[in-house]
Design a protein around this ligand. Sequence first.
Ligand code: FAD
Length: 389
Amino acid sequence: MTIECDVLVVGAGPAGSSAAWAAAKGGAKTIFIDKKKEVGVPVQCAEGIGSYLISHLPFKMPKDQLLWKIDGISFNVDDITIERKGGMWSGYAINREKFDKWLADNAVKAGAKLLLDTELIDVETREGYHVSTVRVKTNNVETEIKPKVVIAADGVDSTVLNLLGFEVDLEKTGYVYSFELSGVKVNSNLDYMFFGDFAPGGYGYIFPLSNNRANVGVAALFKKDSIKEFYDNFLELPEVNNLLGGENLIIKEKEGLVPFLPQTEKWHYGNILFVGDAANQNLKPFVEGFLPGILCGDIAGQSAAEYAVHGKGLESYVKTIEEKCKNFFEYSDVLTKILYETGKKTEKTYHLIRVGIVSDLFSLEELNHLKTLDYSILKKIILKRYKKQ
Ligand SMILES: Cc1cc2nc3c(=O)[nH]c(=O)nc-3n(C[C@H](O)[C@H](O)[C@H](O)COP(=O)(O)OP(=O)(O)OC[C@H]3O[C@@H](n4cnc5c(N)ncnc54)[C@H](O)[C@@H]3O)c2cc1C
């Protein structure tokens, strides 16, 4: 069987669903597929979103999607605690399963056709990465789809990237090992992040979801095969034990890969637009990809519809992101390089440097100088600057 469409979106995560929603609203015959049987399941997320991005969204944020208010972040290293509140530090906890389903439902209501349990298995391309046909498989039945545009929103280990020969390099990704726990003692409107020897180069986090539940996990860029050990070490930290209370039930596993370094140089090849985690549109240091994926997905969907329906160029995709999201991505890109480089260093001084950078007490320009200082001096500088604010 062969189906023709204007826009084929691969992946019904936040980036894919918002792309499908925008493409359908733009009048394009849109199909979006996902290999999962159910949208949003399993959740692979710590479910934190930053307030600063909400006003940029292409829809009014439904209040019932915002579960728990987050006033700021508590950064912890050794005996140092730095609390940052308001502005870019504030946000909300969301329920990803519910939110992902809401996005996909809206795309369907706008006229996009959703095919679940449907996996992209092959692409045929003409010269210049121009996809002519893709093959998908549903319940062992193969179907051919001939789209005018493909939006690759298929996540960090993108099948589209792999099929086009870019071969996703897992060394450029991080891994987050995470659980939703109930019975947690912390009843707080702060997210907690910990840095230290328990996870060299990485961090641990407690992101409250309610007065007694939280997503708790450890993220690592290097030594990913030791991540379970890092998580166990994290739970043994006395401060973490105090916050969790020690009598916790695992509600759900929510682990997964996160993009870190870019896999490709561009977001647009031929008639293919890469979006979301597949395009590393994921803001560092907190690997925040949910709202950025929605923002960029919406732009991809609009550009794809304008191309397919009105014959306009697909170049508007990258151009519009550069106009609308330049500030977020530019800062994130610089930070990415620094965190990747310092993440390889396991010395105690580097834990302090990373905390100083992510809590905005150290500027990126002074990094080379900071690297020459010893632990006690760095600690004094951090505490002095924190006190001053
Ligand atoms: C443990 C963890 C914690 C995180 N915490 C946060 C956080 O607190 N806040 C935040 O903003 N971000 C967080 N992130 C990142 C965030 O989850 C991602 O950035 C976001 O989900 C990216 O959206 P996406 O639509 O690009 O990709 P995804 O959500 O990964 O969706 C891709 C979809 O494509 C489908 N797919 C893949 N291959 C195929 C194929 N061949 N055929 C058909 N379908 C396919 C997949 O099934 C999937 O549904 C976290 C990530 C992890 C792993």
